[in-house]
Structure formats: structure tokens, C-alpha cells
Design a binder for this molecule. Sequence first.
Ligand code: ADP
Ligand code: MG
Length: 543
Amino acid sequence: PANHEKYEFQAEVKQLLDIVINSLYTDREIFLRELISNAADALEKIRYQKLTSQEIADADLPLEIAIQLDENNHTLTISDTGIGMTREELITNLGTIAHSGSRNFLKYVAAGEGRDVNLIGRFGVGFYAAFMVAEQVTVATRSYLPQAAGWQWSSDGAGSYTIAEATGLRRGTSITLHLKEDAREFAREAVVKRIIKQYSGFVPFPVLLNGTRVNTVQAIWTKNKNEITDEEYTEFYKYLANAYDEPLLRLHFSADAPLNINALLFVPKDNFERFGFGRLEPGVNLYCRKVLIQQQAKDILPEWLRFVKGVVDSEELPLNISRETMQDSSLLAKLRKVITSRFLKFLQEQAKSEPAKYKEFWNNFGMFIKEGAATDYTYRKELVGLLRFASSRAADGEQVSLQDYAARMKEGQKEIYFINGPSREVIEASPYLEVFRDQDIEVLFTHEPVEDYILSQLGEYEGKKLVSIDQAGLALPATPKPEGDVLNPEQVKELIEWLKEVLGEKVTEVRESTRLTGSPAIILNPDHLTGSLQRMMQVMNRD
Ligand code: ADP
Ligand code: MG
């Protein structure tokens, strides 16, 4: 028909659809989770709009999600009374990849082997999962803006889609999937019911299946801790984070002073940033009395806690606070302070009570703690307490804290020692360690420049200087003078003169060593930059 305008999908979408349609056959049922989660997002948005704007189309519609199945015609239709989409929004939201993270998904699935379709929602391309089970997808939608017309979007996923005006629509979005022949089970009530229960039990709006409600709506974070089971927490986490793993850590707390807060925070099991998926988006949603104010709120936690997933609900936030002015709200700053401090305290407690878990946390997420320790002075003290290092006293793969170190320092030892090296083997084979081994003094091993940076910036821990052992002038008792056939002072002087001549400008000084027992010579740093930091600065100065 003439009023059907045809559009090409953006190239990346085409690529994505090609993969979705032709090579993802397992776990197809997650398409429903993605569509329900989009419907819930659209409902959260309208709930928010209702608080802040005057004019909303069909203002009295109940906020809910309805799924209608037709086994004879092999269709599944999911409708919501959410925010809807304008024509322009249809084109950008369903025809292009808007999120920066989504290109990473393409890279990820295109890499083959073990691609996990479960991750699709995390990358902000969940809608396209519909094409795993449908040969034709039709979207009928009408925006909440009172003057907006209704539109119908339709595609078989093969490269293009059509848009036409549609009359008689109420506010919200209705998506109909014409199921592929091998996906007809998704029109069966028992199957769909199981999927909803499995993946979408925590959707904060009623989900109706063929007219009957299937979920129980609850804002779990406002409930009492002892009313919630571990399973419920885990289900909620999966819903919230679009995750399929179990959370590694969980903190559920409420406070009345200085602010009224209900918070439920999770640390995932896996760190996708570490696996090279690009930078994580913040993962905490901000609510006020169970109304979503901001999804993935930027300012609720410092950037270095971007791996944390969860919900923060505070009654104190003015309901009509606009998303734009939120940034400079002093209230938000207070909220951030309380939550960040509480979370860091929680990590500290975990380290004590669950060392094995903390170790797992550290191995996966330690990079964020280091980032915080290196960049954020506000929480430096707390962060330093969370740091872990390899050590001459710890077995390979084990780590120690500065507190551990300080507690077992030798009598008379005044400084805390560390040394950087690419690996334990390299460090252990170096002459730097010699005197420390002889005198049985612990040395922390750092393997990344950021660790040296933190320790150098820190300068001291509980009054003890932090010293890199590649530096000259350590406050160590001298090793006993070797006896027997040794050089006399005159010969030593001559040797030093000769070395200075040979080495020229390569060295600033040559000295008789008081720390070596086995090795003939050692190169030390005259100033207070560790070797690894000097190398780092050389690299930076090169550009
Ligand atoms: P994401 O949900 O991560 O943004 P999706 O691919 O699932 O990514 O959805 C893309 C976009 O399409 C959404 O951000 C939203 O703007 C729009 N959208 C999808 N479903 C709906 C819906 N039911 N109502 C309104 N907008 C929707
Ligand atoms: Mg989505």
C-alpha cells in the first residue's frame, strides 16, 4: 500500500539480525524476557511522566503488560500501556543501534564459539531477540504525547522494515510475533507461563497471560530482610541485571539517618570489563517510593563502583526532581556518600568474614578498587584497606593486605617494602630481594604500574613509610661485612672510579653496597619514582 514507507535497517542492525536469525538456536526463550523488560521500561517511564507532566494520552489506563497467545494462528502478542513511540522514535529505536555498548555484542557474537545469546539484553539490543522465534514482527504503538498519532512498524528481519500510520490505537505498544514453524511452542500457554515465571517474576507491573495474572508485584528492596529468601534475591538480581549468573555478593540495607534509604546492591560473578567488553555502564537504579526515577543512574555511586548492580530508593528525593537537575542536587551528593561508605564498609566486613569470597571478588573486581584508590581521595582510607598484594610471604596466588603486613612487621622494622616486576619469578630472581630474604623481611610484590602509583601516592600506611626496594638509602640494618679474601678499601675506591668512568652518564653515582650478599651489583633508583613508574612516564613522554 502507498502509505507503507519502506526503510533499510542500519548496517550494524542487518549484521546483528543476520546472526540472530541464522545462528542463534539455543536459549531462544529469552526473547520473551527481553520484550517484557522493554514493556516494563516503557511503563516505568510513563509512571515517571505521570508525576511530572500534565498532559498524557489515555491517562487512566492501568499500567500493565498483557500477553495474548493464539495457537491457531501461531502468534504471540505482548502489549503494554507504557510510554509508546513516535514515528521518529520507532525509526531510531528499532532501526538503528543507539547504544554504544551494542557494537560490542556484534563483535562478541561474530567471534563465534560459545556465543551466549543470554547476553543480548545486556548490550542494549534485546528487541532484536524477537527475530529468533518470529518470521514477522509487527509493532503497533502510540506515544503518550497527546497529539501523537499511532504507527505500525513491521519487518521480517531480512534487511528492511515498513512504517505506516495506524488509527484507533491507545497509548502504549503492542508487539505481535508471527512465530516461525519451529517456534510454535511459544504460542502455548503452559510454555509461556513457565518462561514468565522463570525470567520475569520481578517485573514491577502486573503481567497478564491470556487475561490471567501470572506474577506477584513486589518492590523487594523495601521488604524486611528476613522475609526474603536467597532464591528471591537471586531471581531479583537476574531480573535487574539482565544476568544469568548468580551474584557474588549482596548488600541489603536500610537507613533512617541522615537520609531515608532502602538499598539492595549486588556484585556480579563476572566482570565483563575485564574480559574486554568495553567500559561498564553504571548499574544502579534510583527510585523514590518505588517509582523509578533514573535507570543506571550515573551519580548515585562513584565511577569506580560502576560494576555494582542494584536499587537505591530514597523517600527524600523530591518526586518531581527532573533527571537533568539531579546531577547538581546536594541531596544526591549526600545519598552517594552514605551508600558508597556503607558499601565499602560492607566489603571490608566481607573480607574478614568470608575471605575466600573476598579473594574471588578481588581477583575479578580488584581493578576497580585500584582505580578508586588511585583517583578518588574522598574514600582513599577505606579503599586502601581493601587492597591486596602478592607478597614474598604469601604463596603464589595468595594475597595480603597492608594491615596483614603491618601486623607482622619485624621488630625494629620501620618501613613497608614493595617491588614491582612482571612476575613473581622475575622478582624472586632479582638481587633486590636478597637482603630482605637474608633478614627475613616481607616485601610486597606489585605487577602493575597502578599499584606502584597508589603506594607512592600514599607515601605511608599507619605511620610506616612505603618504600620501593629498588631505591637507594633504605633504612635497613647493614649486612655484616664479608670476611676472608675481600677487596681492601683502596681497591674498592679504585673499582668505583673505574665503574664511573666506564658507565659515564648512565649512572648518577656508584657506591659500595651494604645490602648485597650474593650478587655482585645492583641498580638502584636515586629518586622516589619506582622503576615501573619511570618506565610509564617514559612511554607517556614519547608521544
Ligand atoms: P534497550 O531496552 O536496552 O534499550 P532494546 O533493543 O531492547 O534495547 O530496545 C531498544 C529501544 O526500543 C528501547 O530503548 C526503547 O526506546 C524502544 N522500545 C522497545 N520496546 C518498547 C516498548 N514496548 N515501548 C516503548 N519503547 C520500546
Ligand atoms: Mg531492552
